[in-house]
Design a protein around this ligand. Sequence first.
Ligand code: FES
Length: 146
Amino acid sequence: MDRKDFLRTSCIACMGMAVGASILPGCAGAKYAKAAREENGLLVDLSTFTSGKRSAHRYVIVRDELLQYPVCIYDLGGGQYSALLMQCSHQGAELTVSGDQLTCSAHGSSFDKMGKATHKPASKPLRTFPVTVTRGKLFIDLRKQT
Ligand code: FES
């Protein structure tokens, strides 16, 4: 392969990856959001779902030192949100998020964006928190974990 062929092949591969990343939102990097601590929970600015160069985020991840695991917040549409503790209900490993699914690398369980177990060995749902929208912010109530 000469230099010209190498450059042509490399450019085509790079363009393919760029196009693929733009049409597969599940492959986009996770969006981490800052949360302000309130007396009974966390406040997350709604603009975190729309900030950045990419189109709207379907979920954001919040970390807080009060919680051993991060919380994944999904925008369900219609002003509805779910907040899921990213701790596997099987044996407690931390989950990863991709698109509308949370997965556990320990034994392969997966969960949907409402926290329902969709792939065993986990059979119990994830712990969730109530979410309310107040003046452009989401309030995640940490007192009412289910
Ligand atoms: S700890 Fe997650 S599947 Fe076992």
